[in-house]
Design a protein. Structure first.
Length: 246
């Protein structure tokens, strides 16, 4: 679909595919993560995009790359709300449902431990985005930025996977995914297109395609990974549970 001008709808086939694989493998809703989740998970889901995107904006402003006085704040926040809400719903039944839902449960049933499940599902999530940034989709990037984005996509997948693991819920990871997309795309743009902030040097300041965003995401992922593994060792996180029985 990315190759035929239908990139805006390219995630939708994941919905019936997830449903079919869920049915064939007979996972429970708990296995998939289609449950309410722990309250703390929602706090982390909101903290992640707020902290990282806020840091990107603050550093960009301090360096002179962003002029806050030129931003239409009311219009931008309205768009953030719309994009975030729409993404939560769509991500729940596509990318989150597939990668952090069915794939997560399937890998656990296959015998992978929690850490391996996180890494494999995150790599798959990143590879899923390869066509979007290499073909003419509007999200496509200069060749030099593609490796940065692909690495960042692994880290993003890992963060949302950790949120899912800690909370036991893909609703939590979907909320975080939605807030991230709303803030990142509205204020900082997508691909090489500038957002409401007016930042054009996306190779440096882009939250998804830039070095700054990649570094901050990696720091957050490392902190969340350490906390999750400590919680799992104490048996207080769903990740510590044994693989799903066949």
């Amino acid at each position: 679909m990315d190759a035929t001008g239908l990139s805006a709808f390219s995630a939708l086939p994941l919905f019936p595919l997830m449903g079919l694989l869920w049915y064939l493998e007979k996972h429970s809703r708990q296995d998939i993560g289609l449950v309410g989740g722990r309250p703390l998970g929602y706090g982390l889901a909101i903290l992640y995009p707020t902290l990282v995107l806020g840091a990107v904006g603050g550093i960009s402003a301090a360096s002179g790359a962003l002029d806050a006085a030129q931003i239409d704040w009311s219009g931008a926040w309205r768009k953030v709300a719309i994009v975030s809400a729409a993404t939560v719903v769509v991500a729940l039944i596509t990318e989150e449902g597939f990668f952090r839902g069915w794939l997560f449960a399937s890998l656990r049933r296959a015998g992978l431990n929690g850490a391996a499940t996180l890494v494999v599902s995150s790599l798959a999530f990143s590879l899923w985005h390869l066509s979007a940034v290499t073909l003419s989709t509007g999200f496509d990037l200069p060749a030099a930025q593609i490796p940065v984005f692909m690495l960042n996509a692994v880290v993003l997948g890992l963060i949302w996977g950790l949120l899912r693991a800690n909370s036991g819920s893909i609703l939590v990871s979907s909320v975080s995914h939605g807030l991230w997309n709303g803030g990142a795309y509205v204020f900082f743009g997508y691909g090489t297109t500038a957002g409401a902030s007016g930042i054009h040097d996306t190779a440096i300041y882009g939250p998804e395609v830039g070095i700054l965003g990649s570094g901050l995401n990696l720091l957050f992922a490392a902190a969340l990974w350490g906390w999750t593994m400590r919680s799992s060792a104490k048996g207080s996180a769903p990740l510590a549970q044994p693989p799903v029985a066949q």
